[in-house]
Design a protein around this ligand. Structure first.
Ligand code: LHQ
Length: 264
């Protein structure tokens, strides 16, 4: 692994693998890492060769949130504007991830704390090593859950668990997270990367347009009433039905062979 890149980016078989790469700081975010991660998701959005993203971390951690050494209060000066940090760095990346009409798989290889936990929860399918923990660490330092955490936790878990996690900063194991529906699956440590890689590869070989529309629909559901959602399904299905991958899927079914989707 190249130690000089804050995020290592590798495109293979339609999967863009993005590896957070500050292992000595448990992949905590500094400015270069923020910018590199955002550039990775911009590439995923703009490059048709990317058909799925796999996000993971180098070393023993996934991501420990914001690098707290970057703004050491002992250095003096005025209190930092953390709202601006969110506006400049986190929020654009969270919006890119949510708007990306390609699946994002997250392989949580170790501890995910603060904004690191919430970046993981913002991915579409989250697998975690059984040794990994999710920690809403914010309460320990007087902050609020950011990086979409207050929104995602409340939606995924409901208020009772979301509030308890955010107010206590109690770690949640991968198995508990899976049991609560906070993530898709807990996987033995030594099997995590193979399983996440295979899942991302299968998604990248899928009907990209249809998968992207599916992501859009499921994300829209909670904010829509049934009539609005039915209209949206109609519009998306119309679009999906015009794709070459839909024709290929049907022909492959009728020919009793595996489809070869091209992502259009
Ligand atoms: C770290 C960090 C870290 C620097 C471990 N920074 N070095 C948004 C807007 C703007 C500003 C503020 O924040 C935010 C969003 C946020 O994300 S706020 C939440 C920030 N994150 C945290 O509060 C988590 C802090 N880290 C921890 O509580 C622990 O490190 C965890 C529980 C993640 C892991 O514990 P251990 O497995 O015991 O590892 P460790 O604590 O020994 O960490 C290993 C090294 O990584 C260590 O450095 P050292 O030189 O002693 O080996 C840590 O200082 C460093 N590190 N997290 N966020």
């Amino acid at each position: 692994m190249d130690r000089s890149e804050p995020v290592v980016s590798d495109l293979s078989g339609g999967v863009l693998r993005l590896t957070l790469n500050r292992p000595e700081r448990l992949n905590a975010f500094n400015e270069p890492m923020h910018l590199a991660l955002r550039a990775g998701f911009e590439r995923a959005r703009d490059d048709a060769a990317v058909r799925a993203v796999l996000l993971t971390g180098a070393g023993r951690g996934f991501c420990a949130g914001q690098d707290l050494g970057d703004r050491d209060p002992r250095k003096g000066g005025p209190a930092p504007d953390l709202g601006q940090t969110l506006e400049r760095f986190y929020n654009p990346t969270l919006r890119l991830m949510r708007g990306l009409e390609k699946p994002i798989v997250c392989a949580v290889n170790g501890v995910a704390a603060g904004a690191g936990a919430n970046i993981a929860l913002a991915c579409d399918i989250v697998l975690a090593a059984t040794s990994a923990r999710f920690i809403q660490a914010f309460a320990k330092i007087g902050l609020i859950p950011d990086a979409g955490g207050s929104w995602n936790l409340a939606r995924i878990l409901g208020e009772p668990r979301a509030k308890a996690l955010a107010l206590t900063a109690e770690p949640v194991s991968a198995e508990t997270a899976a049991g609560w529906g906070m993530i898709w699956r807990a996987v033995p440590d030594d099997a995590l990367m193979a399983e996440a890689g295979a899942l991302a590869a299968a998604l990248a070989a899928g009907p990209t347009l249809g998968l992207g529309l599916t992501k859009r629909l499921i994300q829209a559901a909670a904010g829509n009433d049934l009539d609005t959602q039915l209209d949206l399904e109609r519009d998306c299905q119309r679009q999906a039905g015009q794709s070459a991958d839909y024709a290929e899927g049907v022909i492959a079914f009728l020919d009793k062979r595996k489809p070869e989707f091209r992502g259009r």
